[in-house]
Design a protein. Structure first.
Length: 362
């Protein structure tokens, strides 16, 4: 009986910690909303979580919250894949593939700069520079026997910089959006339509996980919702509080990765990683502007489309702009499907060539 009481108290204490954590994240989201950030709940939650972790305080994150957040956001994005939107994207398929390949090439350019600045080995530099996500790059780091800490730091830093810099800058420079929150909060929704949207996303996520696709909870959910939209099923958006919840879940998860232990492991690597992340963002920004000129698409849409990562945040920003949501999402999904499945091959080939040509950190 005593054991059961002790387990109950532990579970109650953990639940209380989780509730307090998300209350703190919501409070930071309210502050970000007050200063009119485009993605206030995600950015606020991310700042809160990273602050707590940098103070070396525990942050009990339920394991399923990231997947729930990804499913909710991905299905919201999938709504944009109507038959009309899909037909409009036909002419952009070649640029989509080209941007994905060019992003890999730019990643190698940044890796060369990173090697020069930090004197790390070519595998560490490549894994830190090509946008493939912290988890995927860490797994490859262990496989190739290099330290994952600096690589996770670089990948996480790039995502954080993209989230903090790109959406506010795009919305500010666009100048037509007076209230970013209103665009997301006034979307039409119904209970049956929202439930059907969620179920289509869950089905897609289950299917993607069964065939072992990379990032199944986002890519699979997006695919499920996109198919439902393309076949004109009676799906609708979610009520705005659901999107708030999803942003908070993802913001807390992202911020929690950025802890003091990660900073310690990457201490001498930090200045070069910051420069490399900014360089990759600037190179992709330039690519977006060139692509806007070549395709006739708006510069806002092309910059969001060519951003090196953060598909969730770039898609939400396009939704705020009410322009090019399906195009932005498609560019990122094509890049994901080209980079992640072939990431292991890219790194293995890089290691082989580096060994043959005698490339190493100086």
């Amino acid at each position: 009986m005593t054991d059961h009481n002790g387990q109950f108290r532990q579970a109650l204490t953990r639940l209380l910690h989780v509730l307090l954590m998300y209350c703190g994240a919501l409070l930071f989201g309210i502050l970000a909303h007050w200063v009119r950030f485009p993605l206030p709940w995600m950015i606020g939650a991310m700042v809160f979580a990273s602050t707590v972790r940098l103070l070396e305080q525990p942050l009990p994150i339920p394991a399923m919250t990231r997947q729930i957040g990804q499913i909710l956001i991905a299905t919201s994005v999938g709504l944009s894949f109507t038959p009309e939107a899909v037909r409009a994207m036909d002419s952009l398929l070649l640029p989509m593939v080209g941007v994905a390949i060019a992003t890999i090439a730019l990643g190698f350019v940044v890796a060369a700069v990173l090697m020069r600045i930090t004197r790390v080995d070519v595998i560490t530099a490549t894994l830190a520079s090509i946008p493939m996500g912290p988890v995927e790059s860490a797994i490859l780091a262990v496989k190739h026997r290099v330290q994952p800490g600096p690589i996770v730091f670089s990948q996480t830093l790039r995502i954080i910089l993209l989230v903090v810099l790109i959406p506010p800058a795009i919305v500010a420079l666009d100048g037509t959006i007076q209230d970013p929150i209103r665009v997301l909060s006034q979307t039409h929704w119904t209970v049956p339509g929202g439930v059907l949207l969620c179920l289509s996303g869950i089905a897609g996520a289950v299917a993607a996980r069964a065939v072992r696709l990379a990032n199944p909870f986002f890519v699979g959910s997006l695919g499920g919702a996109a198919l439902a939209a393309a076949f004109s099923l009676p799906i609708t958006a979610y009520p705005y509080p659901v999107l708030v919840l999803a942003q908070v879940f993802l913001g807390v998860w992202l911020g929690a990765v950025f802890d003091r232990d990660l900073l310690r492991r990457a201490k001498g690597f930090i200045p070069g990683a910051i420069l490399a992340a900014i360089l990759l963002i600037l190179l992709c920004l330039a690519m977006g502007l060139v692509l806007a000129w070549m395709t006739g698409q708006s510069w806002q849409v092309m910059i969001l489309s060519t951003a090196p990562g953060s598909v969730t945040e770039m898609a939400l920003t396009a939704k705020i702009l009410q322009e090019g949501l399906a195009v932005v999402t498609a560019f990122h999904v094509i890049r994901i499907f080209i980079i992640l499945p072939f990431a292991s091959t890219i790194i293995a080939l890089t290691a082989r060539l580096a060994s043959r040509w005698g490339l190493h950190a100086e």
